[in-house]
Ligand binder design. Structure first.
Ligand code: PLP
Length: 631
């Protein structure tokens, strides 16, 4: 049994991408360890069952483990602390949480609560984010960093913060912004704290590498930086220049890019410092990635370094450059968001149905004398296919299938014969795929064949709502069952969601070596079978859309005590149908009235009894309170 569980764990790669947060217990259930203490775990399957039976929740359910936010923050801070100690770095580390990664109040507040002793601050990039940030109490010496394009309203909000004693830093993206900041600050009678965002020459790596480099959307060129400094000096506001900002782009896959970028950042900092400007903070932005597939490589969904290695490289590089240039070490500000939040949220979905490409109860084909030639040919292939010739005969079958449809379109083949031909073709495919798998062939052609033969499991969720990056940028998220993990998965399948969009599917799965085209799963027996979609805590919630008007899933916030006791601290019901109508500017009230008028017309025409009409109106009204997903 133990060995079986280990094998199943390896199938899903849980130890590779789980970062110590997940494991499997002897019952074959998934455990979550929010503090990464293996002795303190919660049975996620039982948790979900409790929510379904006792709280009447239906899938999809988002499980949020706020403790994981604190654990990740501690990992980050510990990495910088130990790197600084080792390198003899003589300034501090100030983590700020970039709100765009997950602006949910629970998430932002959790960071501020857990990060009191680490001086955790916030980073915002828009007026609403800034507005929300200003409402929150921050640790005394923490920062509120304002990035992004700004108008006067944005700047005035930031200055409100300065006047209430917050350490708000306006990061300048364009020279015109600085002029506006100077003007607004004069009006408000405060010295603004500003940062300069430098356009870097060195690029990141991975999907977001274009966030850096000369043609980047954000940041100042070298001559613009100098112009900004001259402007501040002319206005006698140079004392407000506090920070230099670099952001290399999200999910940097290759550690070497970090070193290069840090060398450049530290040089720019040092040269500015040598101009007798008291810049105290060097903000290195985000970029610290998440190993979504667990391959620890420079593959898009992975990273080839650990949090510790990242911190060591940053601290060591900045220190050496500063020592070389004989300038004081700057306080390091980090804006890591992805790695802080990705692990803390897990979407639970359940299988609702199985869509078989090729039903098991297909009719047996009986050949008779007057069948067309092409049917005979296919039957011959099916009878003759073996481990040696399967490739060639599979290709012959592809030709025969084309021939079958061509003849059908010319009226030469009956519907009956077309059906026979299809069954024969799929039987050949199924055999060819088995031979290819047995021979360990992983060529594209046969991988595609296996995928097209695999069942599709219909999962109760919307990819566009809960994992939009899976669709938009083909990002991989780990997926695995929450139970039956002591049984070897005996089938393979791809996943489809409940939207009416053929893009609403998952056909690529994490694997250490490459990308799997199908996922190993257990046979669906019509009883509840729960799957988890992991590492969806960064970007997915806020970027998710209301495609097909599917709403926000139910949510449970869960705490696990050191003794392993599970507390569901909060349940937030998901969107109801009525709320989603409003998203599309349908008013539920007028929808009901309009429906009632149509029923009334039918009643007046004598096609409905009064009683029946009332019932229809009541049923229509009641549906407003229902979930948007399958119940
Ligand atoms: C998006 C963003 C971040 C967060 O980056 P992660 O890679 O998610 O940590 C930090 N800083 C800025 C300026 C950003 O735009």
């Amino acid at each position: 049994m133990r060995q079986n569980i280990e094998e199943v764990g390896q199938t899903y790669g849980i130890e590779n991408w789980g970062a110590g947060y997940f494991s499997i217990n002897p019952h074959g259930h998934l455990l979550v360890h929010p503090t990464r203490d293996p002795r303190c775990g919660a049975d996620v399957y039982e948790l979900v069952q409790g929510l379904v039976t006792n709280k009447k929740l239906t899938t999809p359910i988002l499980l949020r483990f706020p403790q994981i936010l604190g654990t990740q923050l501690n990992r980050l801070c510990a990495a910088y602390e130990s790197a600084s100690r080792e390198a003899g770095y003589k300034a501090g580390h100030y983590p700020v949480f970039p709100m765009k990664v997950n602006p949910r109040r629970e998430v932002v507040e959790e960071f501020l609560r857990q990060g009191v002793n680490q001086g955790v601050g916030l980073e915002c990039g828009s007026k609403p984010e800034l507005y929300a940030a200003l409402s929150l109490e921050q640790p005394a010496d923490s920062l509120l960093v304002c990035n992004g394009f700004k108008d006067e309203e944005f700047v005035r909000l930031a200055l409100l913060g300065r006047q209430t004693g917050k350490q708000v830093i306006l990061v300048v993206e364009k020279l015109t912004e600085l002029k506006m900041i100077v003007r607004c600050a004069r009006e408000a009678g405060v010295v603004p704290w500003v940062g300069l965002r430098a356009k870097r020459y060195s690029k990141g790596s991975g999907k977001w590498s274009s966030s850096g480099g000369e043609a980047a959307k954000f940041g100042l060129t070298t001559s613009e930086i100098l112009e900004c400094i001259r402007l501040l000096q002319a206005e006698r506001l140079e004392g407000g220049l506090k920070l230099l900002h670099f952001h290399i782009g999200s999910q940097v896959t290759d550690i070497r890019r970090i070193k290069n970028a840090m060398r450049e950042a530290a040089r720019v900092y040092a040269k500015i410092r040598q101009m007798s400007l008291d810049v105290q903070y060097l903000d290195i932005g985000g970029g610290l990635g998440v190993d979504y597939d667990g391959s620890r490589s420079t593959f898009e969904g992975s990273i080839n370094y650990s949090i510790e290695e990242f911190a060591n490289n940053v601290v060591y590089t900045v220190k050496s450059v500063c020592d070389d240039e004989q300038v004081p070490h700057p306080h390091l500000v980090t804006e890591s968001g992805r790695v802080m939040t990705a692990y803390h949220a897990l979407l639970v979905t359940s299988i609702r149905d199985e869509i078989e490409t090729f039903a098991n109860d297909r009719p047996t084909v009986v050949i008779d004398g007057d069948d067309p030639e092409v049917i005979f040919s296919m039957k011959g292939i099916l009878d003759g296919i073996n481990a040696k010739n399967f490739r060639e005969l599979y290709h012959d079958a592809l030709d025969d299938k084309d021939e079958l449809y061509a003849q059908f379109n010319l009226g030469l083949v009956s519907l009956e014969d077309r059906a026979k031909g299809e069954v024969l073709f799929w039987e050949i495919c199924s055999k060819a795929s088995q031979y290819a798998q047995r021979a360990g062939i992983d060529e594209r052609e046969f991988a595609d064949l296996q995928r097209s033969l695999a069942s599709k499991y219909l999962c109760n969720f919307s990819l566009f709502r809960s994992a939009p990056d899976s669709w938009a940028i083909k990002q991989l998220f780990p997926v695995m069952p929450l139970h039956r993990l002591n049984e070897s998965p005996d089938t393979v399948a791809t996943l489809v969601d409940v939207t009416c969009d053929s893009d609403g599917c998952i056909e690529r799965f994490v694997d250490v070596k490459s990308v799997k085209q199908v996922l190993e799963l257990h046979e669906y027996r019509g009883e509840p079978y729960y799957l988890g979609l992991f590492l969806v805590g960064a970007y997915q919630e806020v970027m998710g859309s209301f495609h097909n008007l599917f709403g926000i899933p139910h949510e449970a916030q869960v705490h696990v005590s050191p003794e392993g006791r599970v507390h569901v601290n909060r349940i937030l019901p998901g969107s109801r149908l009525g709320e989603m109508l409003q998203v599309a500017k349908f008013d539920p009230q007028s929808a009901q009235e309009s429906f009632r008028r149509q029923v009334e017309r039918e009643r007046e025409a004598g096609r409905l009894t009064g009683e029946r009409a009332d019932q229809l109106v009541a049923d229509y009204a009641a549906a407003l309170n229902h979930s948007t997903y399958l119940e």
